[in-house]
Design a protein around this ligand. Structure first.
Ligand code: GDP
Length: 176
């Protein structure tokens, strides 16, 4: 006890956005610290993945990361899927206009079913700059209006993905 006591906290993080924007890839890069684009979805439903982070000395934070996968197929389970999320990551694909338009719907659903302390907007696939249809300024403006954290990345970029989770958990910690 005393100096060696470790506090263990947990937080549910939900990752939402249209299909194929890179949600699974983002989670994979973060968990495994290496990019590996999924070429096909696993046929079994992966509900959530865990990662324990040492956010601060003597504090272990167990992140429970939930991928949207399957949620669309079981609309009636949506409230349960969203419930008790401490943080939400909204992902769109910079090369897909629809996926950005739908962020408003995803945000509303997140707020309808949970009360996350922090919401991060991620503009993904920044490596495909030649196919960009949503410039960075649009993401920045939207995030500012809605009070969201914002970052652009590629899921191949391990450092940026790490940074997203680092900044998110640092802001989350005092609220847990
Ligand atoms: P999900 O349906 O949102 O979980 O999307 P996935 O993670 O399955 O990714 C969908 C497709 O986009 C896959 O073919 C990935 O390889 C690809 N992808 C994911 N992230 C990126 C990225 O940052 N850049 C590029 N170029 N492709 C990506």
């Amino acid at each position: 006890i005393g100096e060696t006591a470790i506090q263990i906290l947990r937080a549910k993080v939900i990752v939402v956005g249209d299909i194929a924007v890179g949600k699974s890839s983002l989670i994979h890069t973060y968990i495994n610290r290496s990019p590996e684009f999924s070429t096909a979805k696993p046929t079994f439903p992966v509900d959530y993945l865990f990662k324990t982070v040492n956010v601060q000395k003597n504090i272990h934070l167990n992140l429970e990361i939930w991928d949207t996968m399957g949620e669309e197929r079981f609309a009636s389970l949506a409230p349960i899927w969203y419930r008790y999320a401490a943080a939400a990551i909204l992902v769109y694909d910079k090369t897909n206009e629809e996926s950005f338009k739908h962020i408003e719907d995803w945000l509303q659903r997140v707020k309808m079913y949970s009360e996350p302390h922090i919401i991060v907007l991620v503009g993904n696939k920044s490596d495909l700059s030649q196919d960009e249809v949503i410039p960075k300024a649009e993401g920045v403006t939207y995030a500012f209006e809605k009070g969201l954290m914002f970052i652009e990345t590629s899921t191949m970029d391990v450092d940026t993905i790490d940074q997203i989770f680092y900044l998110m958990t640092r802001r989350l910690l005092p609220k847990l």
